[in-house]
Design a protein around this ligand. Structure first.
Ligand SMILES: Nc1nc2c(ncn2[C@@H]2O[C@H](COP(=O)(O)OP(=O)(O)OP(=O)(O)O)[C@@H](O)[C@H]2O)c(=O)[nH]1
Length: 368
């Protein structure tokens, strides 16, 4: 069998050697396309016997959301986890050890957020080394990535982790590219641009498509800032995950105030000191905000709302989503709902399935 890892290395080396300029950009685009294909191949689950994920990684997705912690060793991940999650049973801690993911549960306003401590998504994981593959697939199922960084260490830490996540198809704090691609059976290639992009042209798109043996298709690039990387992401969309990331700098007790201030102002960034117990609760609140979840309270006719038992739904949820969350069949007998709270025009408001709810609304479902 041809060694994919070696092929990847060769392409990476060639890309490093190639100077970036107008004359080489088509060639570089092609190399990027090939690289994306090989990396996806490498991460494909190996079928057959003995391919089970192994302890710790097929952690079922329980709770209302899942957060993946990534970070280099000794940045304070364990300290942070022990502060924000309920202590796990000793037995669980032993069987998982530091080599596998330790799931912890963070409780927030009635929601249960599963926190996975992913061991070293560090150099090599994207090359399929060790347990990297499982670590990556666990990261890909998370609703939020918390990148824990040591504020006293150099900024390369973050860049390395970002590159590693990028290589396995995880895009942080990014929307899917605004590019339409429809693969067809016949008719050749039709490539068009809404507004001509600055760094992408028809020839580049054509070359990559041909390399992927996609000869019949329709492409419409709607974003003038689109790059060839974006286009490759669209071709490889089944292997891409767009996940929000919160960068958390720990150990800020050991850095200067000026640097701390600059860090805290960066986008998607929070700062804390687990040792001094500073900012930890703020990080929890940021996690909650980034997850974009809402807490709803249900109420039975003639009774008080159950404020001690929140129903957790995603942002932009409707009464229909609320029904589905309560029970699979509740929609079948749905007549209308009464809503108290921010989403109601007057309280209570009588609404149908399409009504959008808001955080901390009280909802009462009335059956036929
Ligand atoms: N100065 C300072 N030290 C901290 C802080 N938080 C954790 N540490 C120290 O950093 C070291 C590593 O902390 P851990 O929580 O074990 O780090 P980890 O990321 O879980 O490390 P691994 O288990 O190796 O992955 C310990 O000596 C902690 O006492 C902090 O806020 N400030």
């Amino acid at each position: 069998m041809v060694n994919i890892t070696e092929k990847i290395k060769e392409i990476e080396d060639e890309m490093r050697r190639t100077q970036k300029n107008k004359a080489t950009e088509y060639h570089l685009g092609l190399l990027k396309g090939k690289l994306a294909r090989l990396r996806a191949q490498l991460l494909e689950p190996v079928g057959g016997a003995g391919s089970g994920g192994g302890a710790g990684f097929d952690v079922s997705k329980s709770g209302d959301a899942r957060v993946a912690l990534v970070g280099f060793p000794s940045v304070g991940k364990s300290t942070f986890l022990s502060k924000i999650t309920k202590t796990k049973s000793e037995a669980a801690a032993y069987s998982f050890t530091t080599l596998t993911a330790i799931p912890g549960v963070l409780e927030y306003g009635g929601a249960e957020i599963q926190i996975l401590d992913l061991p070293g998504i560090i150099e090599g994981a994207s090359e399929g080394k060790g347990r990297g593959r499982q670590v990556i697939s666990a990261a890909k199922t998370s609703d939020l990535i918390l990148m824990i960084l040591d504020a006293t260490k150099r900024a390369e830490q973050r860049a390395l982790l970002e590159a590693e996540l990028d290589a396995v198809g995880i895009r942080l704090n990014k929307e899917p590219p605004n590019i339409y691609l429809k693969i067809k059976k016949a008719g050749g290639m039709k490539i068009s641009f809404a507004t001509p992009p600055k760094s992408l042209d028809e020839k580049m798109v054509y070359n990559v498509l041909r390399d992927y043996k996609i000869l019949n298709c329709e492409v419409l690039v709607r974003d003038e800032n689109a790059t060839i990387d974006d286009f490759i992401d669209v071709i490889m969309k089944d292997h891409r995950k767009y996940i929000r990331c919160l960068y958390v700098y720990n150990k800020v007790d050991s850095i200067g105030l000026e640097f701390l201030d600059a860090l805290a102002r960066e986008p998607y960034t929070a700062v804390m000191s687990c040792e001094l117990d500073l900012g930890v609760q703020d990080v929890v609140e940021r996690i909650w905000k980034e997850l974009r979840l809402m807490r709803l309270y249900t109420k039975r006719k003639g009774e008080d709302p159950k404020f001690d038992e929140a129903l957790i739904v995603r942002k932009d949820s409707t009464i229909e989503d609320v029904c589905d969350q309560i029970h699979r069949t509740i929609k079948d007998t749905f007549k209308y709902a009464m809503v108290w709270g921010a989403s109601a025009r007057h309280v209570p408001q009588r609404v149908g399935l399409a009504h959008m709810v808001a955080d901390e609304d009280v909802v009462s479902i009335v059956a036929k």
